[in-house]
Design a protein around this ligand. Structure first.
Ligand code: GLU
Length: 359
């Protein structure tokens, strides 16, 4: 069975300075994907619908930027997919389009449908090309620049490598476009809160995400055991180098081993609507590794407002995500457990049957 690689290509990689699509670049990326397909099952997440739409219309009088973006995307998506399909057809590869929203991930039935459809396409050697369904996405829940969409899709499909292709070589100590002293970080072992702060304001011009969203995507992927590479689409053979783990960009090491989760487990750890966070101590972490339930004695902190049966994240004291589960108690009850010196013995906070760990 071939390993799975998901490649996400950003708008800046596909566009020229004159605002049009860069057809040579798309052809080159397709050529590389064709070679990668000899050793990997490849999934492509591509932005660029809005950019492609601008080749036809500008909507200069449209006041609402969201409506403008949605109209441009609805014009450009067909064009973008057609360009990819034409280049893939030169290699006799059949393409399939999937337009997804964050709501589709939160809904368990949609999640199941997306997963089975995409897996079916891969098994039949079809090339899936994914983008956000910009026309139906709400402003608040939009994926923006597709990094999160790529990481979620990757975790859902249990991929082996995530490649985020950008217009910047990799992850720097500062924004290299503004700070000449910025240094490229070749390898990131762990995405710490300090690292997230480091790149908080580095939104790439014209795009909607920048390095912060790449870091968050890499965080989700590496916690699911998926190594992640951020590299430049302008570098020759960038995809082939990434596929051989020889990229000159940044490599994010997986934090956990890759795990084969059930459909419910994979939905719970990636997409279910999380209402809060429960932090646990080392003893509880050890118990969870042995597939035991989470007991009140091991809980050290709680965040958010939730009721019993809500979905919560479980973090260790370093803030690393360990898993997800359905809580037996509300946040206020758990807060009492945390405060009292004599912790109640044997009280189950999350039962092992409703708990999905990432290690
Ligand atoms: N879904 C958007 C598009 O295809 C992504 C825009 C972006 O990269 O920020 O245009």
């Amino acid at each position: 069975m071939k390993k799975k690689i998901l490649i996400k290509v950003g708008t800046h990689v596909l566009g020229r300075d004159n605002g049009r699509l860069n057809y040579n670049r798309i052809a080159d990326l397709v050529d590389q994907i064709i070679i990668l397909r000899e050793s990997y099952q490849v999934i492509l997440v591509s932005s660029g619908a809005t950019r492609a739409g601008k080749e036809f219309c500008q909507f200069e009088n449209e006041k609402d930027p969201l409506i403008k973006r949605q109209m441009l995307a609805s014009i450009g998506q067909g064009r973008l997919f057609q360009v990819y399909s034409d280049f893939f057809r030169e290699h006799s590869v059949v393409t399939a389009q999937a337009l997804l929203t964050s709501g589709n991930f939160r809904n368990k039935n949609s999640f199941q449908n997306m997963k089975s459809t995409l897996e079916g396409l891969l098994e039949n050697n079809i090339m899936p090309i994914i983008n956000e369904n910009d026309v139906t996405s709400h402003k608040e829940s939009s994926f923006g620049d597709n990094d999160q969409l790529a990481a979620l899709t990757g975790a859902m499909l249990n991929i082996d490598l995530l490649v985020l292709v950008s217009d910047i070589i990799g992850f720097y100590t500062a924004d290299p476009k503004r700070d000449p002293k910025a240094k490229l970080i070749r390898k990131v072992e762990r995405i710490t809160p300090e690292l997230l702060t480091l790149c908080e304001n580095s939104l790439s011009e014209g795009g909607t995400g920048g390095m912060l969203s790449k870091l968050k995507a890499a965080e989700l992927a590496t916690q699911h055991g998926i190594p992640t590479i951020v590299c430049s689409g302008k570098e020759p053979d960038c995809l082939l180098k990434a596929g051989r783990l020889e990229s000159s960009g940044t490599y994010f090491t997986p934090v956990n081993e890759k795990k084969q989760l059930s459909l419910r487990g994979s939905w719970m750890t990636t997409s279910a609507d999380v209402k809060g966070v429960i932090r646990i101590d080392l003893g509880a972490e050890k118990a969870l590794k042995e597939n035991k339930s989470l007991l009140a004695v091991g809980v050290t902190g709680v965040e958010g407002k939730f009721n019993e049966k809500d979905v919560v994240l479980i973090q260790n004291n370093e803030g690393i995500r360990i898993g997800t589960g359905l809580t037996n108690h509300s946040n206020s009850v758990i807060k009492e457990f945390v405060k009292t010196k004599n912790k109640p013995k044997g009280v189950v906070v999350i039962h092992k049957n409703h708990l999905y760990t990432l290690f």
